[in-house]
Ligand binder design. Structure first.
Ligand SMILES: [Zn+2]
Length: 141
């Protein structure tokens, strides 16, 4: 599965994550799937509040804030995004335990080097064992 990220979504999630430093930023990626080649395509980045008690290295989203997006079948949630202010763009143990398996992709932006944000996308499967692999993506116009 490939993901096409439009430039607006990419710029939005980077600028939002930089503004949220030193805390982890989080949000949803809305979009759809191309019925021909199966490629996921982004339309909008939705910032969501990080309500974790230690937002510097955790993120937690209020179900009340999430639910309206998850129930809107006209604008499907195709990605769960969060940033790592000081860690590489790899899922942490905590990340792997708190997944939303109804969401097909998992996005992590590392701001270890704020001048050079590093984005990685993953597909994560829980059963029978937790496993994840990187997804290919393209940043377009
Ligand atoms: Zn994380």
């Amino acid at each position: 599965m490939n993901v096409f990220i439009n430039a607006e979504v990419y710029n939005d999630l980077i600028s939002y994550s930089l503004r949220r430093l030193p805390e982890e930023a989080c949000g949803f990626i809305l979009g759809g799937q191309d019925s021909g080649n199966g490629e996921l395509q982004t339309s909008t980045f939705i910032p969501l509040r990080n309500i974790a008690s230690n937002p510097w290295n955790r993120f937690e989203i209020s179900p009340v804030e999430m639910l309206p997006y998850l129930m809107d079948s006209n604008h499907p949630v195709i990605g769960l995004f969060h940033s790592h202010p000081t860690a590489p763009p790899l899922p942490s143990e905590q990340d792997l335990q708190t997944l939303w398996h109804s969401i097909p992709t998992y996005w992590i932006l590392s701001l270890q080097q704020p001048q050079r944000p590093e984005l990685q996308l993953y597909q994560i499967k829980k059963a029978p064992q937790t496993a994840y692999h990187k997804l290919a993506f393209v940043i377009g116009q």
